[in-house]
Design a protein around this ligand. Structure first.
Ligand SMILES: Cc1cc2nc3c(=O)[nH]c(=O)nc-3n(C[C@H](O)[C@H](O)[C@H](O)COP(=O)(O)OP(=O)(O)OC[C@H]3O[C@@H](n4cnc5c(N)ncnc54)[C@H](O)[C@@H]3O)c2cc1C
Length: 384
């Protein structure tokens, strides 16, 4: 059993660390968070460095990187900010669906634009009445000649308002069929007439933004359907598994940042004439954080390695998503406790990690959904 990364992977990781140090310094991150603004220049720097090409095969202009390579990149990006990294994740998850399920024409049309950083993708699954119960979504697309007319509403769509965003919407094309058959995946430019976006006031991820989308008689060409009419469920499930595997690496990156901040603060902050890290209560918190972080990374690297080997990894991905999302939120909370009042002050970064971490046990499937899935895999049929 080999637990190491290859020399190429270490070089890739190093290049991402350097890129982020240059394009996303701490004062810029604080500004983007405060002003709720997304750094387009940073996104373009990722595109120029080839990061968006990494997960795609060479035949479509990609670099042929494995899921583990992508996970390493996401880990390093997220160590700096799990918020700004979301636009990277959303774009590649949707792009990989086009690779898997699209036609040759669709791949030729969409992938060069995505890989070059010209467009971004946002994932539009959730709706006001369809959260964990994805099958309850009500947005419809009705065929009208060579177009579809889309009506409905999406909620919590990450990054939908970023420059040149395309919404990868899941809609019902057959409202009478079972949701696994009546669901369709369709791409809608965010600036199409009839699309209205509203950026929501959320606790965290303020830079990439979380959006509400209203769709009123939106006319979309029929060739925007990916995976065929009624093929939406397959796209959704394939995309979600990859998203959960790779976003576990983001949770580990966020958790690592929190641990590093808390550890150095504990070594420097003096109370009662000694560094607070020398108090057993603080030292033990850090010891627990470090131990859990190692466990979270092992689950994450294993899940992504299995995906890289094209092995069935539903259980391992779910373990990684469940453990690392709860770990990141817990560690950010512990980090604030270790820093006392400074942990809650906006001049320090811990509160940003705390805010950004909180959504990880909800987005891409709640912790309860992950536990239901694991119980079901055990044959317990605990819930839907
Ligand atoms: C910051 C953020 C970003 C997001 N980004 C996106 C995005 O880009 N695209 C997108 O489509 N969606 C996105 N989401 C939506 C996310 O996927 C949903 O919030 C999530 O699936 C839960 O749905 P809900 O919020 O409606 O909660 P609900 O489903 O209403 O759940 C409420 C509570 O009930 C629990 N619950 C529900 N059903 C069960 C059950 N069967 N058994 C046990 N407990 C249950 C849940 O675990 C939760 O604790 C985002 C959410 C957040 C917070």
């Amino acid at each position: 059993m080999d637990f190491g990364f290859t020399e190429e992977q270490e070089m890739l990781r190093d290049s991402v660390v350097k890129l982020m140090a240059k394009h996303a310094p701490p004062e810029a991150l604080r500004k983007w968070d405060r002003e709720r603004a997304y750094p387009e220049d940073l996104y373009q720097a990722w595109a120029e460095a080839g990061l968006l090409r990494l997960p795609f095969p060479e035949r479509v202009g990609g670099l042929g990187g494995s899921a583990l390579d992508v996970a390493l990149v996401v880990y390093e990006l997220s160590r700096v900010s799990t918020d700004v990294t979301m636009a990277f994740g959303g774009s590649i998850f949707c792009g990989l669906n086009i690779l898997r399920k699209g036609t040759d024409e669709q791949r030729a049309h969409w992938l060069p634009k995505l890989l070059g950083g010209e467009i971004k993708f946002a994932i539009g699954i959730s709706e006001p009445d369809a959260g964990s119960d994805v099958g309850a979504l009500r947005t419809t697309a009705v065929r009208d000649g060579d177009r579809y007319v889309v009506n409905g509403q999406k909620l919590w769509t990450t990054g939908a308002g970023l420059k040149n965003s395309v919404i990868c919407a899941y809609v019902k094309t057959d409202t009478k069929a079972h949701y696994r058959k009546g669901m369709t995946h369709i791409l809608i430019d965010a600036n199409t007439p009839g699309v209205e976006l509203r950026k929501l006031n959320m606790l965290g991820r303020r830079s990439v933004g979380t959006y509400e989308i209203f769709l009123k008689d939106v006319s979309v060409p029929a060739d925007r359907v990916i995976g065929g009419e009624g093929g939406g469920w397959d796209c959704l499930m394939g995309g979600l598994q990859y998203e959960r595997a790779v976003s576990s690496a983001g949770n580990c990156g966020g958790s690592q940042a929190v641990f590093d901040l808390a550890k150095s603060y504990a070594a420097e902050r003096v109370q009662f004439g000694q560094p607070i890290g020398s108090f057993q209560a603080i030292g033990h918190m850090l010891a627990d954080m470090e131990t859990e972080l190692e466990a979270g990374k092992m689950l994450t690297w294993r899940a992504n390695w299995l995906v890289s080997q094209r092995k069935d990894a539903l259980k391992e991905i779910t373990h990684a998503k469940l453990f690392t999302s709860e770990m990141y939120a817990r560690h950010a909370n512990m980090g604030v406790q270790i820093m006392g009042g400074y942990g809650l002050n906006e001049d320090f970064d811990m509160q940003r990690y705390l805010r950004d971490s909180r959504s990880t046990t909800i987005a891409a499937g709640t912790s309860q959904t992950q536990r239901n899935l694991l119980a079901n895999l055990m044959g317990l049929k605990s819930s839907k």
